[in-house]
Design a protein around this ligand. Structure first.
Ligand code: NAP
Ligand code: ZN
Length: 352
């Protein structure tokens, strides 16, 4: 199938139009016409080679919403016309302990990522959702529940599940005190989802510029991380802190905010953080953890939860031709709170 999209051809030049082939349908494949794709900070990291191992051309995008246009002969879960979604994962081994426990994101043999991964059969590079079509194995295609707004659902597929998963892992519910560092794409979903689960939610931001937004999103208050007095007053105030900061940073100011036995879970920066002190860890049995997206079953659970609770991302719709400007704004934390590409703006050949 011929399709078209936008790709990074190297780490330096802007993303540009790019035509390529999607594989012929295998018996368990679903072909999707992409309607919307969210813009994740990971797309910026990967295309700019902030992270190692980028294979160029790189077609990013792992917050995909679309409609099924064709299915393989053995597909039972989806049919032509269904509203579906694809997140960060498109395949895994299916038989290791992690896959059997529905934690495909931690597949022992290595999960296949939606872009910049390798197809498990052909070894071809995977291309993501900044494109008109995608072909994915049916088990990795999510169903969009009835009533969920298609135009706003896309960011749930990464920003949503990446923040929902730790909230569930650490059993957040009514009475939980949750802090969210960084009010961007992931951060704003963490706020909505934690509030939806009944938690008391504090946004921990670098300034008070986003305070009105944070409260409107469902946060109970904002703690300004550059206000030393306010930070001192918030000692021991959290059971769980979700850290979405996308760059190397200092965790030390946040550690005293954790209560005894509480956890700071990093979902942002991949790689080094500044030197940490073991003192707050030892003295309060506090923990620092990390968390990668979430499994397919948990992603479906999150989509169903959002449909039931009417939880939707705040989206700024863009044409695909605006993607490079969107990247620039994201780098400056000037996103309120997720760019979503309307794929109708991408003219291309019809599906074969
Ligand atoms: P984003 O929309 O750009 O939001 C990041 C937020 O972090 C900003 O809005 C800003 O909030 C804060 N921030 C930015 N620069 C900062 C700095 N130098 N120091 C302190 N805070 C800063 O990014 P995103 O799409 O939410 O992604 C966040 C990170 O998560 C990225 O690194 C991305 O690659 C990663 N990610 C991880 C997973 C996973 O599986 N764990 C999945 C998806 C994304 P304030 O203005 O409020 O301070
Ligand atoms: Zn992402």
């Amino acid at each position: 199938m011929k399709t078209t999209g936008y790709a990074a051809l190297n780490a330096e030049t802007p993303l540009a139009p790019y035509s390529f082939d999607r594989r012929e349908l295998r018996s368990d494949d679903v072909a999707i016409e992409i309607l919307y794709c969210g813009v994740c900070h990971s797309d910026l990291h990967q295309t700019r080679s902030d992270w190692p191992g980028t294979i160029y051309p790189c077609v990013p995008g792992h917050e995909i919403v679309g409609r099924v246009i064709e299915v393989g002969g053995d597909v039972t879960r989806h049919k032509v016309g269904d509203a579906v979604a694809v997140g960060c994962l498109v395949d895994s081994c299916g038989h290791c302990d992690q896959c059997l426990a529905h934690e495909e994101q931690m597949c022992r043999e290595g999960v296949t990522l939606t872009y910049n991964g390798r197809d498990r059969i052909t070894g071809d590079v995977t291309y993501g959702g900044y494109s008109k079509h995608v072909v994915v194995r049916e088990e990795f295609v999510l169903s969009i529940p009835e009533g969920l707004d298609l135009a706003r659902a896309a960011p749930l597929l990464c920003a949503g599940i990446t923040t929902y998963s730790p909230l569930r892992t650490w059993h957040v519910g009514p009475g939980s005190r949750v802090g969210v560092i960084g009010l961007g794409g992931l951060g704003h979903m963490a706020v909505k989802l934690a509030a939806g689960l009944g938690a008391d939610v504090t946004v921990i931001s670098r300034s008070d510029a986003k305070t009105a937004d944070a409260l409107a999103l469902g946060a109970d208050r904002v703690l300004v991380s550059t206000d030393a007095e306010a930070m001192a007053a918030a000692a021991n105030a959290f059971d769980l802190i979700i850290d979405t900061v996308p760059v190397r940073h200092d965790l030390r100011p946040y550690m005293p905010l954790l209560d005894i036995d509480a956890t700071l879970v990093i979902v942002g920066q991949l790689g080094l953080v500044d030197e940490i002190s073991t003192l707050p860890l030892l003295m309060g049995r506090r923990r620092i953890s990390g968390s990668p997206v979430g499994g397919i079953a948990e992603t479906q659970e999150m989509l169903n939860f959002c449909a039931k609770k009417n939880i939707l991302p705040e989206c700024e719709m863009i044409a695909i031709q605006e993607i490079n400007g969107a990247f620039e704004r994201m780098e400056k934390a000037d996103v309120r709170y997720r760019f979503v590409i309307d794929m109708a703006t991408l003219e291309g050949p019809a599906a074969a």
